[in-house]
Ligand binder design. Structure first.
Ligand SMILES: N[C@@H](CCC(=O)N[C@@H](CS)C(=O)NCC(=O)O)C(=O)O
Length: 205
């Protein structure tokens, strides 16, 4: 299987989950700063995914899966023994969806595009930062008593949350005031799978 990725962006969640689950992935790098976004083999990303974004998972039979959350579920379901998602018939499964939706709509799409595209302007960036700070409050309250988003066990939601929260660096969002959230992120950063993914993507030595 092949993961189309760009270093440090939302595709890193799928990369982390694959390593956590012991699923070998071939990594195909995409330059999302170039226009059009160029795949390392020279193709325009839109030839792979008409939506023009990563992540894209290419299965061995050639089928393509897009949308990060769908890819995270797919990978976790390939290796249920890794227990990266709660059982299908459990209430916890809905908690997982609750967190994944929160990360996607409240964190991911508030960081990006508002804090990544200067053309939106300083005012839009300030509004986005304020919205994010409120979301950080919510996470910080949660991590006052819980180790992971689902309580005591790491899940695909943590891989996604860590990946997006890692964008705070360099976005004028000092996480100092959110001590519980900061502790959580430091713990996740030291997981072997997370370290391995970050090293492979050139984010740490
Ligand atoms: N809805 C998509 C969004 C993916 C997305 O926003 N990918 C970003 C990187 S985090 C991207 O490829 N951006 C390039 C662009 O917008 O041109 C998902 O959740 O997978």
């Amino acid at each position: 299987m092949k993961l189309y990725y760009a270093p440090g962006v939302c595709s890193m969640a799928a990369h982390i989950v694959a390593i956590e689950a012991g699923i070998p992935l071939e990594l195909t790098r995409v330059d999302i700063r170039s226009e059009p976004h160029q795949v390392e083999d020279g193709r325009d990303l839109k030839q792979v995914n008409a939506k023009g974004v990563v992540p894209v998972l290419e299965l061995d039979d050639g089928r393509l899966l897009t949308e990060g959350i769908a890819i995270l579920h797919f990978l976790a379901d390939l290796k249920p023994e890794a227990m990266l998602t709660p059982a299908h018939d459990s209430f916890e499964r809905y908690r997982l969806h609750e967190w994944l939706t929160f990360i996607s709509s409240e964190l991911h799409k508030t960081f990006s595009p508002w804090l990544f595209h200067p053309e939106y302007g300083v005012q839009a960036a300030d509004v986005a930062r304020e919205r994010l700070r409120q979301r950080f409050d919510h996470l910080d309250r949660h991590f006052a008593s819980e180790s992971f988003l689902l309580g005591s066990r790491f899940s695909i939601a943590d891989a996604y949350c860590f990946t997006i929260m890692n964008w705070s660096k360099g976005r004028n969002l000092d996480l100092g005031p959110w001590a519980n959230l900061s502790r959580y992120l430091s713990t996740i950063a030291e997981r072997p799978a997370v370290r391995k993914a970050m090293v492979a993507e050139g984010l740490r030595p």
